[in-house]
Design a protein around this ligand. Structure first.
Ligand code: 5GP
Ligand code: ZN
Length: 120
């Protein structure tokens, strides 16, 4: 298996490449944000790196700035959606036990309702 194969098969890489349509709300050279297809809150966005990273567990030295950038995008989108004062939930599922279903690292940004703690 070549290294290119997982990325070629990756759903979110196809969204980055615009081969699969999505409602894109933010894009720059390193990050993309789009609406979750099955929203669990009035605002439910996914913020992803354009570079394919499968899981949070696979981060490497050198990824610090990229991850920080993703969270600056999260904050910008939370602000645009009027969530800064009311609050919002960010989630990164890493691996099967956490319920990760798409293996391209993504930050869930959810808001517009009250969330429970602890999560299920
Ligand atoms: P995970 O379960 O891996 O943390 O989150 C994957 C998320 O991707 C889910 O919330 C799911 O609804 C979303 N999702 C799965 N397929 C698609 C798709 O084709 N387009 C969009 N916009 N979201 C998707
Ligand atoms: Zn990918």
């Amino acid at each position: 298996m070549t290294e290119a194969q997982p990325e070629a098969a990756c759903l979110f890489c196809k969204i980055i490449q615009k081969k699969i349509p999505s409602l894109i709300v933010y894009e720059d050279d390193r990050a993309l944000a789009f609406a979750d297809i099955s929203p669990q809150a009035p605002t439910h966005l996914l913020i992803i790196p354009k570079r394919h990273i499968s899981r949070l567990a696979d981060l490497q030295s050198g990824d610090e700035e990229l991850m920080a950038h993703l969270f600056v995008v999260v904050q910008k989108l939370a602000k645009e959606n009027g969530l800064l004062e009311s609050g919002f939930r960010t989630v990164i599922n890493s691996g099967e036990d956490a319920g990760q279903t798409v293996f391209h690292l993504h930050v869930h940004l959810m808001g517009g309702r009250v969330f429970e703690w602890p999560p299920g």
